[in-house]
Design a protein around this ligand. Structure first.
Ligand code: SF4
Length: 308
């Protein structure tokens, strides 16, 4: 007789067929949610995948700004966010009103927002970037002064990479997981336990962690970088990426730099939420059409620039 989890997985698979649905999951999701997903990736890869699929329903397992982005890019599809309580504290640092205030305080500087921001804030921006495209796009702008938000560590990483003056909006915006649970203390603790290990880090980590990392990149870039290093690799990002890395490279020794670096919001979606979401077609993500249109324009402008 199968376990309760097995029957839940079977139920999800039946509902997926019945609804002509696809499940997309972020790299930081719970292992069992990653395992039922049709595609696992970072926020940009998931947004791209959401546009490619022919399914009628997209079940988006990630935090709310990611589900919003999938809805913005797929106005004709049903996008479901299995647990709408899964928000992102980093995105919440920057309201659309705050973006307008920064713009009027520095009217000559373009406003570039990290994809980890609310749709309503993105609608006020000139460009949208991911952690992998931020430095490239900002270096392509003619301006030497840029308003960038909401992550101060990514802003610092971009300032170092481009030599431009970055005005951080707001100056204290951060991801609590990368700022507090992947600080120098935790990373040095891991390195003292495994002195021969290679540390690779996400750009949302503080400068004193990035400065001792052998490589800094987005979650997808970190995954691609793992085979370049010999021996044990420590990942200075949310612990869920290690599960993905171990699945991709079962022969490799990969560990989270801090196993307690858990994003509680990313873990708020369980298999029960996924099954309920498909069963009841809940919770449908709705982004106001004028905001969605503006976000699509900002994204198109950003992709046009970056592809030059
Ligand atoms: S890990 Fe940080 S940036 Fe990512 S969803 Fe959680 S709080 Fe937001």
């Amino acid at each position: 007789m199968g376990s309760a989890v097995d029957s839940l997985i079977k139920r999800i698979s039946e509902l997926k067929k019945r609804r002509n649905a696809i499940i997309l999951a972020h790299n930081y999701q719970l292992p069992e949610v990653q395992d039922v997903a049709d595609f696992v990736g970072d926020s940009l890869e998931l947004a791209r995948k959401a546009m490619e699929v022919s399914a009628d329903v997209i079940v988006f397992c990630g935090v709310s700004f990611m589900a919003e982005m999938a809805a913005v890019l797929n106005p004709d599809k049903i996008v479901l966010h299995p647990n709408p309580c899964a928000g992102c504290p980093l995105a919440e640092f920057l309201s659309p009103q705050a973006v307008r205030e920064f713009r009027s305080a520095v009217p000559t500087a373009p406003v570039v927002l990290y994809v980890n921001s609310l749709a309503s804030a993105k609608a006020e921006a000139d460009y949208i970037v991911t952690s992998s495209s931020a430095a490239k796009l900002i270096s392509m702008l003619e301006d030497d002064e840029i308003v960038f938000g909401p992550d101060k560590n990514l802003a610092d990483h971009v300032a170092q990479a481009t030599g431009k003056r970055i005005i951080v909006a707001p100056p204290y915006g951060h991801c609590p997981v990368h700022e507090h649970l992947l600080n120098r203390y935790y990373v040095e603790r891991a390195l003292s336990k495994y002195p021969k290990a290679t540390l690779i880090a996400h750009p949302e980590t503080p400068r004193d962690v990035r400065s001792i990392a052998k490589y800094v990149g987005s979650t997808s870039q970190m995954l691609k970088a793992i085979p370049k290093f010999n021996g044990k690799v420590l990942l200075a990002t949310e612990e869920g990426l290690a599960y993905r890395a171990k699945k991709m490279y079962p022969e490799r020794d990969v560990e989270p730099a801090n196993p307690l670096a858990v994003c509680i919001d990313m873990k708020k979606i369980t298999l029960i939420h996924v099954a309920r979401s498909l069963e009841l077609l809940k919770h449908r993500v709705a982004v106001e059409s004028s905001i969605a249109r503006k976000v699509r324009e900002v994204l198109e402008r950003s992709l046009d620039l970056i592809s030059k």
